[in-house]
Ligand binder design. Structure first.
Ligand code: ADP
Ligand code: MG
Length: 699
């Protein structure tokens, strides 16, 4: 057996109890796990401070001195143990809040120690809570070098006395046992081209670093290795999937596409739209199933791309579906597509929850007969009763509302899976998208239609409300329309409805009939009432729309030029960006007013400031990601990116790009990994694919 697969129980100094702790708390079972249990940071311990020259902050510092007095001091709850520590000139206090008895027994008076820990300050007096104390004689004899690894730990481990010192000793014992013959797992040409340090050097130095310079090299190497093998997996998976999943071939564009494109296109496509349409056309012509994610900021014009793709399907005698997250949005898509195809011999139908009875039955029948070309709708589209004659293209708009499981469900409607196009206005950084959605190809519309004015965004408080109302009046006088949006969070639903209704009433008082008309839409209304109100706003019969976030997604009222978001600090960044995207759709200057109280968290402040500073969805997505971490992104849970141990998807995007580039190149030129120079990759890859967590099996 591979000695690295030995249970840590057998390592000197561990035994069954500590082994159980390590397993439960950190998932470490074998020597191999331990080897790949890397420090998450390093402390420079080459420097000693004099007590009267300690930095006036909470730095981690190291001081040489002796304990001259030990006392217990009563405090609010219980007491604390205090050791007065002197370096001969000045004094500081070492403090313990727990474990008094055990610690007190260990402490030696008037004996040289090295104390290490984080400073805290009480006025001008420094103290160090729970220091790491080492006898100076031991400190010098030990192999404590200048740079100290700090290993990840947990509350429980710390409470059980599992100190950093024990962890370091564990590593010393491990390396003593297994030696340092770590096999290289990257090809020599890659090491040379990228100037990466060897695997052996990387592993040894990760645990026993000699200086900060080498540490950077070590981390770069380990990050690259991790990202490279993850990319290898994603790319291979994608390739195999494409080989496996056959798709319909749409070889041609024909009358429908050409007629529309040449004679009825209401505007010229942007360069980005043209590029994406081309990518989709190519995809659907290959005989493989298309699985494409279309990212484009709000207002970038994804709908026309969807529509043109549907025309291509039609030209190849296939049906298409377009699924939207809300009924309002489905209706809007339905209407705009109906308007657009007025000139073409096509039939489009709408299917939502509120279409019932014979009307619904007729749709089912016509769909199965192939009389309907385009089916637009909500979730209703994926109910089992909906059977297409030959669904060739399934488009999903605003996918963050739909799970992947639902996407898969669409496939089962006929013998071959339809091509799938998922459109989203919640962009995530491209490199990240590539590593998260390994199975999707990605298109990006990174250009807005010409003539759009940047939406002006400001932050206002209640004290400014009168001015805000005056501004609304002025805009309405110019013929514009206004959205006022209230948060609705499930946990505080009752309060939120109260806020919404209070806000509505106050608006009704300030903007009275007959000069002003106000619509209101919220989740507790019946669907028909919602649609009625929405429709009145769309048609310009009302000037103000008061709503909860139901209008968040997709609604298109080009005449609306002001978006007011109440309690804006309660919204997430991408939600704010979506909401703002409801304005700025026409030629007029548009505005977004974020209303917020003065009290807000640091994070809320960052969100609001980001909104004020930029309109760029990708930039906003990056900030959002930084605030919330990749764990909250759609789809990340399943994809394994969260198992990253060393690399950071956000900070290490450059390395990720390079890793992806190399992985792609290898898969392209040597997909079976049969060439001599790829033997290391082949062996490592085989081991990784057999297991889930790559770090358990890279060695
Ligand atoms: P989104 O990407 O948010 O779904 P839409 O498809 O709703 O955006 O498009 C937003 C608006 O821009 C629509 O009114 C649409 O007609 C218009 N539009 C789209 N593409 C262009 C273009 N190339 N030139 C001018 N206007 C366009
Ligand atoms: Mg849209």
């Amino acid at each position: 057996m591979d000695p690295l697969q030995t249970s840590i129980e057998y390592l000197k100094g561990i035994g069954p109890n500590r082994a159980a702790l390590l397993r439960e708390e950190l998932g470490i079972r074998t020597y191999q796990d331990l080897l790949h249990f890397f420090p998450n940071r390093y402390i420079d311990r080459s420097r000693f401070y004099a007590i009267n020259q300690l930095p006036q902050n909470n730095a981690e510092v190291q001081v040489k001195g002796e304990i001259i007095q030990i006392k217990t001091v009563p405090q609010k709850r219980g007491k604390r143990l205090v050791a007065v520590f002197s370096d001969g000139r000045s004094q500081m206090e070492l403090v313990w809040f727990r474990g008094h008895k055990w610690i007190q027994e260990q402490l030696k008076l008037n004996t040289p120690y090295v104390a290490f820990g984080r400073l805290s300050w009480f006025g001008s007096k420094a103290n160090m809570p729970h220091p790491e104390l080492t006898l100076e004689a031991e400190y010098e004899a030990s192999n404590i070098g200048a740079l100290h690894p700090v290993y990840p730990s947990t509350e429980k481990l710390i409470n059980k006395g599992f100190t950093q010192r024990i962890m370091k000793q564990m590593m010393v014992n491990l390396f003593g046992l297994i030696g340092n013959q770590f096999k290289e797992n990257l090809p020599d040409y890659m090491l040379a081209e990228l100037k990466l340090v060897s695997r052996k050097e990387a592993i040894i130095n990760a645990h026993f670093p000699s200086d900060t310079g080498v540490l950077k090299q070590v981390q770069r190497r380990l990050k690259f290795e991790e990202l490279f093998y993850i990319q290898m997996q994603l790319i291979q998976k994608n390739r195999l999937q494409k080989q496996k999943i056959k798709g319909y071939v749409f070889p041609q564009v024909g009358d429908a596409f050409n007629t529309y494109f040449k004679e009825h296109l209401p505007f010229q496509l942007t360069g980005a739209q043209q590029r994406v349409v081309k990518e989709i056309r190519q995809d659907m012509g290959t005989g493989k199933q298309m699985n494409r994610l279309l990212q484009g900021d709000v207002g970038s014009g994804k709908t026309i791309v969807a529509f043109l793709s549907m025309l291509i399907a039609k030209d190849n005698a296939f049906q298409s579906s377009l699924m939207a997250p809300t009924e309002i949005l489905a209706i809007q898509h339905y209407q705009s597509i109906q308007d657009a195809i007025g000139c073409l011999p096509l039939r489009v139908a709408l299917l939502t929850g509120s279409i019932k009875g014979t009307e619904r039955k007729n749709i089912y029948a016509d769909l199965a007969d192939g009389k309907i070309d385009f089916l637009i709708g909500t979730h209703a589209l994926i109910e089992d009763k909906v059977q297409f004659k030959n669904l060739g293209l399934a488009i999903i708009d605003e996918q963050h509302r739909f799970g992947v499981a639902q996407r898969a469900k669409l496939w089962r409607k006929n013998d071959l899976p339809p091509h799938v196009l998922v459109m989203t206005a919640t962009p995530i950084p491209r490199t990240l998208a590539m590593s998260v959605y390994g199975d999707l190809d990605i298109s990006v519309i990174d250009e807005l239609p010409p003539g759009r004015k940047e939406i002006k965004t400001v932050l206002r408080t209640d004290a400014n409300r009168l001015n805000v109302f005056k501004f609304i009046r002025d805009e309405i006088a110019k013929g514009r329309q206004i959205y006022v949006v209230y948060p609705l969070i499930q946990e505080s639903e009752k309060m939120d409805y109260k806020d919404l209704m209070d806000g509505y009433e106050s608006l009704v008082r300030s903007f009275p009939l007959p000069d002003y008309r106000i619509s209101i839409v919220h989740g507790q209304m019946k669907a028909a009432d919602k649609d009625y109100e929405m429709q009145r706003f769309v048609e310009g019969k009302t000037q103000i729309m008061v709503a909860t976030t139901v209008i968040e997604v997709g609604v298109n009222v080009p005449n609306a030029s002001v978006m007011i978001i109440e309690s804006a600090e309660r919204f997430g960044l991408s939600q704010l960006h979506q909401l703002r995207g409801r304005v700025g759709r026409g030629a007029d200057q548009s505005y977004c007013i974020l209303m917020s109280g003065n009290k807000r968290s640091q994070e809320a402040q960052t969100r609001l400031q980001t909104m004020v500073q930029t309109n760029d969805g990708f930039e906003i997505a990056e900030v959002d990601l930084r605030l919330r971490g990749p764990g909250n992104l759609m789809g990340t849970q399943q994809s394994g990116v969260l198992q990253l141990k060393i690399a950071d998807l956000l900070k290490d995007q450059e390395i990720l790009k390079i890793a992806r580039f190399y992985a792609q190149k290898i898969v392209e030129v040597d997909p079976e990994l049969s060439s001599e120079k790829h033997q290391r990759v082949r062996q490592t890859y085989a081991k990784i694919s057999a297991h889930k967590n790559i770090w358990n099996y890279i060695s």
